[in-house]
Design a protein around this ligand. Structure first.
Ligand code: XIL
Length: 734
């Protein structure tokens, strides 16, 4: 062993490695200079590979968004520490320093702070409460705070040096002083920074300098200046950067480079093309990037007496707020180090010197006006922590409204939700596991609400809704299906056997709406009628009919929408597995019945509508075989209860009975052997399958043609009933 290490040491020395090559990561290479930091999102601190990269390269982190005013206090006095805590814990657990970002800013601040035109005093109280809450919560782990962000004007011609933000308009520059005072009160040990961009721009540099100087003279506790460092490959020049740091050194003892990234294309203003794909970068661009990093780090090193931390704004190009197309960071979209990384770590000189006056006129670093803080599209990496047990192959649910990205389902059946309800205080989704009352969503960095089911959902279709601040609402991302006596949101977890109810290129039948007069209820009533693909081709051909009922809370739309009854039939017919027949689906008058009183339900009114009004209507208007041997009745759940009541009271009407999660017939219910040709009974394996098995055996023993079916892995839900229809259809009308 000794021999080997000696050899490798000699080999490395022979290849002329510098001291820095020996270092493990950037933080080690720069241990005699300053801390090396990185801005992090939720994925960065939960993905094992990314955690490892942070730990090996960096010794300081900043929350990219999760500690900003709005994400942490979306409404007055209501704090949301969910994401911030994860980042703080990561820092604590790994002994990594944590920069706080940021306490007061005109952007990403809750509208409640200034939206109702508060007096200065009220605003100060709100600001104080916010600062007190967040600074004291993370006192043990945050060593410095960006107290005020971006309060100076960019406009070179402005006479007023300050940004005309709502807080400035209300309070003048006093709000800046107050923010620093409140922060110092909350944590006397934290270093307090004023943080801004375009700090190399001479106009802005001088304004910042003057403000800090004036405030410090007045006793405002400002310890340092944060130079954001959103640069590009031509700007700043070393001379410009050097002048800015030199100037700031006159007024502060601490300078942090707080948000370093270097854009490589001309998407420099607010018009950032946001792309999360990798990008083909030419060798020349790679060299430009490495050179510009080499230049700025050369200046930073020169000022190590005052610079104590240099933070990259994002871990890899994949995370960059500028989009991967800008190729802005030392690590690429795969977190592989670039040439720029080597240049920084090895403290190389740039291969190409900038001409003394750059050919291109430096443009402002960021656009002014409304676009200056335009938010990039929602990025799930920043919101959902990584979990090794959760596969990252989420797709929008097949039941989403057009173009809607959420809810999403992965191949394990785990569901992710996201809704934009900025003013909400609590959002839960009724879908979830283990009787925990659904899935609790939490507010994330962009003020939307996100969450994920605690584990895989059962395959198939599920109804659900949101509870927002105690009220029931649908998920705007999902389509609606009639269930629970209302149109509820629906989601589909792809099932292994989904092919049997898929929409395929086979001959399709027709589902038509039929409006018929009902004398007994004095109403026009509605039914949907499925006719098979061959129906009507031959005017003489007549078809058997299945009367198919929905369950409690549903209506006549359920079987063809969420039940996919027509597609199941089309597919079975195409495969030659079932005889073509008509299906009639009407409202079973179930929903005025109170849920607890279903036991006393007689289905008398519905019996009249069905048997005395609808059956004759259908026999008159469709090519049916109008006799008992060609007529079946089946129903799911409460529709099964109706089926049992009606078939037994009117044995002359139907020749085949089906109860789908809807109870059982006892042998003594059936008065004569030729009363019924088939009794089909089914349920999901998560219901009470033993009841189905036992009753089917008893019916068989009594000499009846009975078939029992149990749907594997499903409960009292539509996949059970879709499968039941698929099993039952081939057995009918034989
Ligand atoms: C940016 C984040 O990176 C984005 O994800 C977010 O959408 C907007 O804010 N100056 C700052 C940072 O002080 O907080 C900003 O971060 C970038 C500009």
């Amino acid at each position: 062993m000794k021999q080997i290490s000696k050899l490798s040491l000699t080999a490395l020395l022979a290849f002329g490695c510098t001291a820095a090559t020996w270092a493990q990561g950037l933080k080690d290479a720069y241990k005699d200079y300053f801390l090396i930091g990185v801005a992090v999102n939720q994925r960065n601190v939960s993905n094992a590979q990314q955690q490892a990269l942070i730990k090996s390269e960096f010794n300081s982190i900043t929350a990219e968004n999760d500690m900003k005013p709005e994400p942490t206090e979306p409404r007055e006095g209501q704090f949301n520490w969910y994401n911030a805590d994860r980042i703080a814990d990561f820092a604590r657990q790994n002994g990594i320093k944590l920069r706080g970002h940021c306490l007061m800013w005109h952007s990403q601040i809750g509208s409640w702070m200034l939206g109702d035109n508060p007096t200065k005093e009220v605003f100060y109280q709100r600001m104080k409460n916010h600062i007190q809450a967040i600074v004291s919560r993370y006192k043990d782990v945050i060593y410095c705070w960006d107290v005020v962000n971006e309060a100076i004007s960019d406009d070179p011609n402005a006479t007023d040096p300050y940004r005309q933000s709502p807080m400035y308009k209300l309070c003048g520059d006093e709000f800046i002083a107050k923010a620093f005072e409140y922060a110092r009160e909350a944590d006397p040990n934290a270093l307090l920074f004023y943080n801004d961009y375009s700090t190399v721009d001479p106009h802005k540099r001088e304004r910042i300098y003057n403000m800090v100087k004036k405030m410090k003279a007045a006793g405002v506790p400002i310890d340092g200046i944060g130079m954001q460092g959103h640069y590009n490959i031509y700007f700043p020049t070393e001379a410009g950067l050097d002048s800015a740091i030199t100037r700031f050194k006159e007024v502060v003892n601490h300078i942090h480079i707080t948000e370093l990234d270097i854009r490589t294309n001309d998407e420099m203003g607010g018009q950032l093309r946001f792309s999360r794909e990798g990008v083909n970068v030419t060798d020349s661009v790679k060299q430009h990037l490495a050179d510009q990093y080499a230049r700025v780090f050369r200046v930073f090193r020169k000022h190590k007496d005052v610079i104590d931390c240099v933070t990259f704004w994002n871990l890899g190009d994949r995370d960059s707020w500028l989009g991967a197309a800008n190729y802005p960071l030392p690590f690429d979209t795969e977190y592989k180090p670039k040439m720029a990384y080597e240049y920084i770590k090895d403290m190389k000189a740039p291969a190409w010197q900038l001409p003394p006056r750059p050919a291109r006129k430096p443009r402002p670093q960021r656009a002014q006006g409304p676009q200056a803080h335009q938010r990039p599209p929602f990025n799930p990496d920043m919101a959902f922590p990584e979990d090794p047990n959760v596969k990252e192959d989420f797709q929008p649910s097949a039941m989403n409204q057009p173009g809607q990205q959420y809810p999403q389902v992965n191949s394990q059946g785990i569901v992710r939700f996201r809704v934009e309800i900025p003013e909400a205080q609590s959002v839960t989704v009724s879908l979830g596991l283990g009787g925990q009352g659904g899935t609790q969503l939490h507010r994330t960095y962009d003020n939307s609400w996100v969450g994920q089911t605690a584990g895989p959902m059962d395959e198939g279709f599920h109804y659900y809704h949101l509870t927002v601040d105690g009220g029931t609402l649908n998920d705007p991302g999902a389509n609606n299906y009639f269930g629970s006596c209302r149109w509820e949101s629906g989601i589909e977890i792809p099932a292994k056997d989904q092919d049997f109810y898929a929409m395929k290129n086979v001959p399709h039948g027709n589902v038509q709406q039929v409006l018929f007069w009902s004398e007994s209820t004095q109403q026009v009533r509605r039914a949907f009628v499925y006719t098979p693909p061959t129906y009507g081709k031959n005017k003489k051909e007549r078809f058997p009919v299945l009367y198919l009922q929905h369950g409690w809370g549903e209506d006549e739309t359920a079987w063809s929408n969420q039940g996919r009854a027509n597609l199941i039939m089309d597919n079975l017919i195409a495969e030659g597995k079932t005889k073509p027949f008509i299906i009639v689906m009407t409202y079973g008058m179930t929903n005025d019945v109170k849920f607890g009183t279903i036991g006393q339900f007689t289905a008398r009114e519905f019996e009249t509508v069905l048997v005395d009004e609808l059956v004759p209507y259908v026999d008159q208007h469709f090519q049916t075989i109008a006799k008992k041997e060609s007529r079946a009745m089946a129903g799911l759940s409460m529709g099964g209860v109706e089926t049992k009541l009606i078939t037994l009271r009117r044995p002359e009407v139907f020749g085949y009975y089906g109860l789908l999660s809807g109870g059982q017939y006892a042998p003594e219910d059936i008065k004569s052997k030729d009363q019924v040709r088939l009794i089909f009974q089914s349920c999901g394996s998560k219901e009470r399958p033993d009841g189905i098995r036992q009753s089917t055996e008893a019916l068989k023993a009594a000499g009846h043609n009975a078939v029992g079916y149990v749907s594997e892995g499903t409960a009292h839900e539509f996949l059970t009933w879709r499968r039941s229809l698929k099993e039952m259809a081939p057995l009918l009308f034989k």
